[in-house]
Design a protein. Structure first.
Length: 603
């Protein structure tokens, strides 16, 4: 199945679908006590723990009947009972979403022998094939289907639960449909809080590593469903191909769902991130485009093959990955952000020696050679992301600007400064990749916005004359007009992007030495925006940063205050511009960045 454009030309930044409600959805178990089970909105403040919680009476009225009739309640009760199986330790969102999907079907038993449920491929034959047994998928589906059957039997009040659990074909089909089609729902912070299964309007859009569209989630309570439902009357920009289904005003319709079961939950919207011509297939990315191993290359001070002896690059990547995972465990599990920073920077700076690596079949161990990650490698970007976050947490004690600079400890200040440096490096690295692969626009947008927010936080920590707090730049003066471009053309996009890049490059040259001071790894990054210095040998590109005293550093800070502020404004503005293309002007991301800029009184 596929979706193709029916309009002559769809410019970038156009909404391709209305806000589509899910066929089924379920919060991850860890968020059941902090988010609304109907619309996924966070609860403020979180109420006392309960099985499921709602943000409003309207959400409760819309979701509670399905929660009860689907046997989700019985599943959760069994999970909390003392006699529950050991497998109950895992997350149940897939199983609960499958139960909800079955409850929403008008004639559930008729779909058990079908390869599709509500038009969605189940992949049941593939997922239950004997060869999947070693991967654990077969056991997961079988145990999940049995838990579903037991819950449904208990919900119906059956006297013989064990007999009902023997025939689990229907439950297997529903669970396979969820595993095949579910999308992880992320909040504004990028956390996966649950899953949702959407109809063919969205699920028939295929994956591409170079997609021309992206999607975002919209969290609305049941109080707002009337407004959102009216959007379905607008004509969609995409149409199905190769399938005999009913069309309703441009939206694909199936009569197999019970009335009222698709009127709540986190909605999904699809937008174009490239121009799409009539007849072209609309595609999205199912995975993080920055993660594939073949996207970037490992770089070092040696060829991958030397004197006829080959290095095992896969094992080198595996060792580096293990090191990063170990550091992340310190950060997430033990809450030790300092240990995380030390381990990651040692991993990036000291390098991975080849002594423990397997070579060719002759098992010859090479000495005095080492592997070093390229700064644009996906593992480097992952490490930089973690470092920016960990340094931010370590410097979170930074005093608010109203208390004065004398209340800010130098340690907290330095940690916040290095966090901003890593955020800027991330924005520059992903932007460098974005220039050659425009599908990375969503990643670039988020990293630019984060860099702007980090730099402005750093600037606020410095006491300065309010006269410094200006941004004399024609780009900033024109930015308001840019955001009123309802659908910017590709030419407009190129012009605006080049203008931003020129301004940011100028400011970076003024403040980069100050931002990276005291960080051994960042000393090797000569320019975080323009990576033309990367050459063939990373060692020859290492920047030399002289040691400065605390007094000299304070002097640099005083001179750099306006530049840090202006660089933060530009990064935030550019991130907001890209975010508006990817997610629309009314998204949470754009609203957040616009709020930060308004608080600085820069526009």
């Amino acid at each position: 199945m596929e979706m193709r454009a029916i309009d002559d030309v769809i410019e970038m930044g156009r909404q391709l679908t209305p806000a589509l409600p899910p066929l089924s959805h379920a919060l991850h178990d860890s968020f059941l006590h902090s988010h609304c089970s109907a619309c996924f909105s966070p609860l403020h403040p979180p109420p006392p723990p309960s099985r499921v919680l709602y943000c409003s009476q309207a959400c409760s009225a819309s979701d509670s009947p399905l929660h009860t009739s689907s046997a989700e309640l019985q599943l959760l009760l069994h999970r909390q009972s003392p006699s529950s199986a050991a497998s109950d330790d895992g997350d149940t969102s897939d199983v609960r979403a499958a139960l909800r999907l079955l409850a929403a079907l008008r004639d559930a038993p008729s779909c058990c022998g079908s390869q599709r449920i509500a038009g969605l491929l189940t992949n049941r034959d593939t997922l239950l094939a004997p060869e999947t047994a070693t991967s654990g998928i077969l056991a997961t589906i079988q145990s999940g289907a049995k838990a579903m059957a037991a819950a449904r039997s208990s919900q119906k009040g059956s006297s013989d639960v064990s007999e009902d659990m023997k025939a689990t074909t229907l439950e297997e089909a529903a669970l396979c449909a969820v595993l095949t089609n579910a999308v992880e729902v992320q909040d504004s912070e990028g956390r996966g809080i649950g899953i949702a299964i959407y109809g063919t309007d969205f699920s028939w859009i295929n994956h591409s590593c170079s997609p021309n569209a992206c999607y975002r989630f919209q969290f609305q309570s049941a109080l707002d469903t009337g407004t959102l439902q009216s959007l379905r009357a607008s004509r969609m920009w995409i149409s199905p191909s190769g399938c005999d289904v009913k069309m309703d005003n441009g939206a694909i319709g199936f009569s197999g769902l019970r009335k009222g079961y698709a009127e709540y939950g986190p909605r999904i919207m699809v937008r174009s991130i490239k121009p799409i011509k009539k007849g072209m297939e609309v595609t999205i990315a199912y995975t993080d485009l920055l993660q594939p191993k073949n996207f970037h290359a490992v770089s070092g001070d040696f060829p991958l093959e030397r004197d006829g002896i080959s290095f095992n690059q896969d094992e080198a990547i595996e060792r580096l990955t293990d090191g990063i995972n170990d550091a992340v465990a310190d950060y997430l599990s033990a809450g030790d952000a300092e240990s995380c920073c030390l381990k990651l920077e040692e991993l990036l700076t000291v390098r991975v020696l080849d002594e423990g690596l397997k070579t060719d079949t002759r098992k010859i161990a090479l000495r005095n050679h080492c592997l070093q990650l390229h700064p644009l490698h996906y593992l480097s970007i992952e490490a930089h992301t973690i470092l920016a976050s960990a340094y931010k947490v370590r410097g979170s004690r930074l005093a608010p600007p109203s208390t004065g600079v004398d209340r800010v400890t130098w340690e907290d200040y330095d940690l916040t400064r290095i966090s901003a440096a890593y955020s800027l490096l991330l924005a520059g690295a992903v932007h460098h990749l974005f220039c050659s692969e425009s599908s990375l626009i969503c990643s670039a947008a988020n990293f630019w916005a984060n860099a702007g927010e980090s730099l402005l936080k750093l600037a606020r920590s410095l006491a300065w004359d309010e006269n410094y707090k200006t941004c004399m730049c024609s780009l900033v003066n024109q930015s308001e007009a840019y955001y009123h471009l309802s659908h910017p053309s590709y030419a407009d996009f190129e012009r605006i992007s080049n203008h931003f890049r020129n301004c940011v490059t100028h400011h970076v040259r003024e403040v980069w030495d100050f931002l990276r001071h005291g960080c051994p790894y960042l000393r090797g990054i000569r320019d975080p925006i323009d990576f033309s210095w990367l050459g063939t040998n990373l060692d020859s590109c290492l920047g030399i940063v002289r040691n400065v005293s605390r007094h000299e550093l304070l002097g640099q800070t005083a001179e750099g205050r306006p530049m840090v502020f202006q660089l933060g404004v530009h990064c935030a503005l550019y991130g907001n511009f890209l975010l508006s293309i990817c997610y629309g002007e009314g998204s949470r991301s754009t609203s957040h960045i616009q709020g930060i800029l308004r608080s600085e009184e820069t526009l």
